[in-house]
Design a protein. Structure first.
Length: 442
């Protein structure tokens, strides 16, 4: 954990500064980052939550390669259209390849190879894979990088109505996913850019450092997240959820309608900056038509499948959570994405009794299923507190020689700064209760 004491000068926004200071990431080339151990733990938690919510909504995981053939992109007509953002590669046999910026073509090729009948539909396949986009202005660390992780899901349906339901499933899954990260993400009508289609929502979290200018109704910030027992096969139910979450005004600057916005009561208007953490698209037959992805319909006639695609950037999400949750002392991780749930500080490493107590607490917490980072370095107490606050683990358990003599330890909640002294057994119980109460979203 290579923590830095000083704020790196070239980092402009707080999440980038804190990710460098906490030793989460390291820049290896412009817009290309190594994920160091602490950062990787966050990235893994983010990916796990994404998987759980994708699976809950009926999507199925697979894994496609990062390197793709140019010929595949010629079939859809995007090879030339994609421009300078695409990293083009030539292999030893002079074959034109590319590092995938997205996977519409490849998934269409896979599905057309195996799916021959409408009976196999609907189908939604997703993967978590690195992407490369040669961004003109990579900046803000992993927020806008050139190499980044994406969860991209692709839905296939027989017709537009089916595709609409697939879209609603992902829309609803996204509301749950972002809520589980501790984020308030608002779906906004958005421009479709190089992916295409005419129906699309960006999921935006409000943050002063966001790159998008956004306008929305304030009430969205208090809307309830769809519950874990949402029935994803209930067409009308999901239609209602989406209708509610699109009932009020919300748009990015490209889609902004000043007249509609001005109709909102003045005290309900939010004009702010936002971070796009997810983006979903319905684009019908834009890829399936030129790539001839057909199935046999119920009447035996061939039908071109309707498609949508659904992206989340886990690397960007890690930074976005920090933008949304930090204070003057550092990061304040929400429990579900925290790299460790508890930071255990041994105030006097090398002291026999303190070491024994700290190691015992460590073992018992791990055995109780909590993830614990044990600081048994020989830094000064003050430096340990500063580092632990900066890396932002939700709870701290502080073990010192004086307390150990009388069988007591201290618990601190990072977010509120609240501290309490209690016996070791009480501390173990309290931490278990506090952590488990914050891990899940109903
Ligand atoms: N194929 C579609 C959906 S799967 C697609 O590529 N959509 S996208 O372009 O909107 O990207 C999806 C998500 O990836 C974005 O919402 C964002 O969270 C993330 N993302 C896109 N570009 C970057 C970047 N340069 N750095 C970090 N994350 C990015």
């Amino acid at each position: 954990m290579p923590v830095l004491r000083d704020t790196p000068k070239d980092a402009e926004i707080i999440s980038h500064q804190l990710m460098l200071r906490a030793g989460m990431v390291r820049q290896e080339s412009a817009g290309i980052y190594a994920w160091l151990p602490l950062g990787l733990r966050v990235l893994n938690k983010v990916q796990q939550i994404i998987r759980e919510e994708q699976n809950r909504a009926g999507a199925i995981e697979l894994l496609m390669p990062t390197i793709q053939s140019a010929d595949l992109w010629r079939e859809s007509g995007r090879y030339d259209a994609y421009g300078d953002e695409m990293l083009r590669i030539t292999d030893r046999n002079k074959r034109e390849m590319l590092f995938g910026p997205t996977n519409e073509e490849m998934i269409t090729e896979i599905v057309r190879a195996y799916v021959k009948s409408y009976r196999s539909l609907p189908l939604n396949l997703y993967h978590l894979q690195w992407k490369f986009r040669d961004e003109r202005r990579p900046r803000f660390g992993v927020m806008r990088s050139r190499e980044f992780l994406m969860k991209d899901a692709y839905s296939f349906d027989l017709d537009a109505a089916g595709a609409r339901h697939s879209y609603n499933k992902m829309f609803t899954a996204y509301l749950r996913t972002f809520a589980r990260f501790g984020l308030k993400a608002i779906p906004m009508r958005a421009d479709t850019g190089p992916i295409g289609g005419d129906l699309s929502h960006e999921f935006i979290i409000l943050a002063d450092t966001g790159e998008s200018e956004v306008f929305c109704h304030k009430d969205y910030l208090d809307f309830a997240t769809p519950p874990a027992n949402t029935n994803f096969d209930d067409v009308a139910g999901l239609e209602q959820t989406v209708a509610k979450w699109t009932s009020l005004y919300a748009a990015t600057s490209e889609m902004h309608d000043a007249t509609a916005y001005d109709a909102i009561a003045t005290d309900k208007r939010v004009s702010a900056r936002g971070i796009e953490v997810g983006h979903i698209f319905y684009f019908g037959t834009k890829y399936s038509e030129p790539m001839k992805a057909l199935v046999q319909g119920p009447d035996g006639k061939p039908v071109v499948m309707h498609m949508g695609s659904y992206g989340i950037g886990p690397t960007r999400v890690a930074a976005a959570v920090i933008e949304a949750s930090h204070d003057e002392h550092g990061i304040v991780w929400p429990v579900p994405v925290a790299p460790f749930e508890v930071g255990l500080i041994n105030l006097k490493a090398g002291d026999k009794d303190t070491d024994a107590a700290a190691n015992d607490l460590y073992t018992k917490l791990e055995r109780a299923g909590l993830s614990v980072l044990l600081d048994d370095t020989d830094e000064r107490a003050g430096a340990k507190f500063t580092t632990m606050d900066m890396i932002g683990l939700p709870f701290q358990l502080i073990v010192g020689p004086k307390g150990v003599k009388v069988g007591e330890v201290e618990i601190k909640e990072r977010k509120t700064g609240e501290r309490a002294t209690m016996t070791m057994d009480a501390a173990l119980r309290r931490l278990s209760d506090l952590v488990s109460a914050r891990r899940f979203l109903a």
